[in-house]
Design a protein around this ligand. Structure first.
Ligand code: HEM
Length: 146
């Protein structure tokens, strides 16, 4: 069964405006600027490239994954919807089903992203807010026992 949209970490929460909806997170796209998300995506995949455990899951050329991740994050954190214009709804769980994600893979992914936020010099409190989102989403994407 499909979870309600507001409970699914791949569906952006409303960032402002809708009557009666609280502002659940600052509009990080506006706060940090678009370039910050490209820095994160490049730093993240530079770490994936050096990660012997996760590297084999990804294609040889990481340019497309970098673009996918940057555009997804820009969209999720309140910026333009270029990701969905190009690829449709994120459906992260479905898009990750072909990759074997157990707890070890989830933790390795989270460690790469934690390092990437540091490499990209994302300031607090935004760094911790983003890490919370990544940790929840990575847990939601576990699709294998292990
Ligand atoms: C839990 C561990 C995870 C693993 C092992 C993993 C692995 C992968 C792999 C192998 C790809 C294919 C590369 C590509 O074509 O772009 C991918 C794509 C992607 N991942 Fe993950 N991922 C994980 C978690 C996450 C999380 C937590 C997020 C977001 C918060 C995320 C967002 C994405 C996005 C946006 C794409 C591009 C999908 C597409 O447009 O085709 N992933 N991931």
């Amino acid at each position: 069964m499909q979870e309600p949209a507001q409970d699914r970490p791949d569906v952006p929460l409303p960032v402002s405006g809708a009557a009666g909806s609280p502002m659940p997170q600052p509009d990080l796209h506006a706060v940090l600027g678009e370039e910050a998300f490209w820095r994160i995506a490049r730093a993240f995949y530079a770490r994936i490239d050096r990660d012997a455990f996760l590297r084999p899951m990804f294609p040889a050329d990481l340019q497309e994954p970098i673009r996918n991740q940057a555009e997804f994050l820009i969209q999720y954190f309140g910026g333009p919807q270029h990701y969905s214009a190009r690829k449709g709804h994120p459906r992260l769980r479905m898009r990750h089903m072909s990759f074997a994600i157990d707890v070890a893979a989830r933790n390795a992914w989270v460690a790469c992203m934690r390092g990437a936020l540091e490499d990209a010099a994302i300031p607090e409190p935004h760094r911790s807010a983003m890490m919370g989102y990544f940790e929840r989403t990575a847990t939601f994407l576990i699709n294998r026992e292990g």
